[in-house]
Design a protein around this ligand. Structure first.
Ligand code: AMP
Length: 284
């Protein structure tokens, strides 16, 4: 596995791979890898001749009072894990190289970033779209793989790629969970044992919604109320939002009819976690 830290070298490496007609698969991450990240990498191995993974804790997607400084980092462990699934290149640039002091260009995807996490993190998706666009220009992937755990991020990237006529195919992969249902996240490492137990209510609430939908409930209001009651029964958890939205546009819906996402965010102590459940209409 090659480790590349310079933008220039990464571009050269990708240009060479393209010149040899190799299909480049790409998985962008912020590191502190877990099984969720590895599932995207395994998919990347299947979809490309060469798999490039980036590890970059992107400062522009953190708000001023968020956890950029203390975001968990362990490059040694990450490189061992990446190597174990056959990653060909680990791209780990420094922030000052990605954002030199005179950097002043940003990408804003307007509609789909307004609701859900966009309300409490108003600059987050601008940071995400900008860094992903930069990484796409540097890595030049044919295909990039994202997790549906960050559902709004996935919809935002999808929209950006369409709007800007980018040549990269974007693929979404299902949420990987711990055995007890907690969605894997690098931020789970912040949780105390009691908080971790309380955090299980996020998945439990979505499971409840899933059961209700399978029994025929279609009202967004009823489902959102049930989800928030399950979460609010945990004193350590403070709900940020629960929304029932169209899975493509992220517009709120009144009834579950087409593909729909029930998305939520909650604070457990100072830790903000997200989770979702996607209802997909069976297609023949
Ligand atoms: P992050 O390192 O948190 O920026 O995540 C990098 C990529 O991994 C994003 O596309 C995430 O959606 C994806 N990801 C994070 N956690 C999970 C998970 N539990 N299951 C599947 N994908 C995930």
């Amino acid at each position: 596995m090659d480790v590349i830290t310079s933008v220039h070298q990464m571009k050269r490496h990708s240009a060479q791979a393209r010149a040899q007609n190799k299909r480049i698969a790409f998985v962008p991450t912020m590191g502190f890898l877990h099984e969720g990240h590895l599932s995207l990498m395994r998919e990347g191995k299947k979809r490309g001749d060469i798999l490039i993974v980036s590890i970059f804790v992107n400062p522009t997607q953190f708000g001023p009072s968020e956890d950029f400084e203390r975001y968990p980092r362990d490059f040694g462990r990450d490189s061992r894990m990446a190597e174990s699934v056959g990653v060909d290149v680990l791209f780990a640039p420094e922030a000052r190289e990605m954002y030199p002091p005179d950097h002043q260009s940003f990408i804003r995807v307007t509609k789909v970033t307004r609701g859900l996490c966009g309300k409490s993190r108003p600059t987050h998706f601008q940071g995400v779209a900008t860094v992903v666009a930069m990484l796409f220009h540097i890595v030049m992937p044919h295909v990039a793989i994202f997790g549906e755990k960050d559902f709004q991020q996935w919809v935002t990237i999808h929209q950006m790629v369409r709007d800007l006529h980018m040549d990269t195919e974007v693929v979404g992969m299902p949420i990987i969970r711990e055995v007890d249902g907690l969605a894997m996240s690098s931020r789970n490492t912040y949780l105390s044992p009691d908080e971790r137990k309380a955090a299980l209510s996020l998945h439990r609430s979505l499971e409840r919604a899933r059961e209700w939908v399978s029994r025929g409930e279609r009202s967004a209001l009823v489902l959102a109320k049930e989800v928030s009651e399950v979460i609010q029964s945990e004193p350590l958890v403070r709900l940020d939002y629960v929304e029932v939205c169209d899975a493509q546009t992220l517009e709120p819906v009144e009834r579950i009819e087409g593909d729909t996402v029930i998305a939520l965010a909650a604070y457990i102590g100072k830790v903000r976690l997200i989770d979702n459940w996607i209802y997909r209409v069976a297609r023949t």
